[in-house]
Design a protein around this ligand. Structure first.
Ligand code: ATP
Ligand code: MG
Length: 408
């Protein structure tokens, strides 16, 4: 893409109404725009990143056996009354409609998926299966001030699994954990993200979170370096030692909850009479699990974790573009390289603007593509372009003829 075609521009000033680094930086770099607290638009660069995270998650969920669906954002009041959460869920957005009935904007989808699944489950032969969606959630968050970390409208992947018995749920749950580990490796958070024991499994002693270590995080976890797992501070009273190795020498860390998985048991199948006939012909209640991951929160977390004082350092798998091509008075040659890279299928943002070198360098560091390729009248004297690795700062001079090979 030619940078001159982008309808957005980078912004020099730090937005005054944003406290969090992720929001300040993503707004300045032109990835997102703020409408109001916790409500953001995704601009061309930002949507590219969001879609890459989404694609990584979709492919892992499909490998897990999940079938992708899309459920409505609006729900009837009856569905939320059935589980009692119409009155107890403090973040539930409620609204009236022209038919004089009340509706909710779904903050999560157990109230939708359980009655939906009951239309297709009748026998043990229909089990197990899992479905997932990547969908906008709405939560009336009181503390919506951490940018993409806590939106009032945000993107989540939620998967729901349906089983005959706990043994089957347990086996699936373990496989889901492995899928999540691969997701965090692929989006570039693998080194800083660990499985964490948390309260709130309705069917088991714990639920599990994935926590990403960051000073900006709202959570406090006690981390066991032997096992690379954490315990959320909220449950530490019950669990003082590492649940795996009994180590009591745990490290306190601030962290971001990027995902949360639960063994739900029959909590949401009972209210909707989600039953199946077992092999003996008896009615049994379906056992469920749910598996959430914050797609937009991952984007914010990557910015919090992967940056320097000049801007973002995108991990290659989710970068808006792999290469940022800069021309300094070398437009013909840069144009030629741009075409070659595009033909080779290498994602490139081409800064063809009439701007000063300083401006181009600053924007390039702020936007944070993994590689910066500089073609200047000086580099051309040697028949070369300068390739700079955003993360390590390493610089390499490359023959013009060898650029595509090098970047492939
Ligand atoms: P938190 O404790 O941070 O409020 P939660 O436990 O309510 O989150 P879940 O209902 O388990 O969150 O949602 C699954 C995932 O969705 C979370 O792990 C998180 O990554 C993401 N998420 C939850 N709330 C928000 C939000 N307001 N904005 C962005 N992402 C969110
Ligand atoms: Mg949670």
């Amino acid at each position: 893409m030619r940078q001159s075609d982008l309808f957005t521009k980078t912004i020099k000033e730090i937005p005054k109404d944003e406290q969090s680094f992720n929001a300040q930086t993503l707004i300045r770099a032109g990835f997102i725009d703020k409408l109001a607290s916790g409500i953001y638009s995704y601009l061309p660069l930002g949507l590219k990143v969001l879609n890459k995270i989404r694609n990584i998650v979709v492919s892992e969920m499909e490998d897990l056996g999940g079938q992708e669906i899309s459920m409505p954002s609006l729900a009837t009041k009856e569905n939320w009354l059935a589980t009692g959460r119409w009155d107890t869920m403090d973040v539930l957005f409620k609204l009236g409609a022209a038919d004089k009935k009340e509706y909710a904007l779904n903050p999560t989808h157990e109230e939708i998926i359980s009655p939906l699944a009951s239309k297709f489950i009748s026998s043990y032969k229909d089990l197990p299966f899992s479905v997932f969606q990547i969908q906008t959630k709405f939560r009336n968050e009181k503390r919506a001030k951490a940018g993409l970390m806590r939106g009032r409208e945000f993107l989540m992947k939620d998967l729901y699994s349906f089983h005959e018995n706990q043994v089957d749920l347990d086996a699936f749950y373990e496989r889901a954990i492995l899928s999540y580990e691969r997701i965090f490796d692929k989006v570039g958070l693998g080194d800083k993200t660990f499985l964490t024991y948390a309260s709130g499994g309705s069917f088991s002693k714990y639920s599990h979170e994935f926590q990403t270590e960051s000073e900006s995080g709202e959570d406090i976890v006690y981390y066991c370096p032997n096992c690379d797992i954490g315990i959320n501070k909220e449950i530490i009273d019950e669990q003082k030692n590492c649940p795996k190795c009994e180590n009591s020498d745990l490290e306190e860390k601030k962290s971001i909850e990027v995902a949360n998985i639960f063994k739900l048991g029959t909590k949401y199948s009972k209210p909707f009479n989600l039953v199946y006939k077992d092999r003996e012909g008896n009615d049994k209640t379906v056992i469920m699990g749910c598996y959430g991951i914050g797609i937009s929160r991952i984007m914010g977390s990557v910015v919090e974790v992967c940056h320097d004082d000049k801007g973002i350092i995108w991990p290659e798998n989710i970068a808006p573009f792999k290469v940022h091509l800069l021309s300094l008075s070398a437009d013909n040659e840069a144009e030629e390289i741009y075409k070659q890279l595009q033909e080779a299928g290498i994602e490139v943002l081409y800064d063809n603007r009439k701007a000063s070198p300083g401006e181009k360098f600053a924007d390039s560091d702020l936007i944070g593509c993994p590689y910066r390729l500089l073609v200047s009248s000086r580099s051309l004297k040697e028949g070369k372009a300068e390739l700079k690795h955003r993360k390590s700062g390493e610089v390499e001079m490359i023959d013009l003829g060898g650029i595509v090979n090098k970047l492939q």
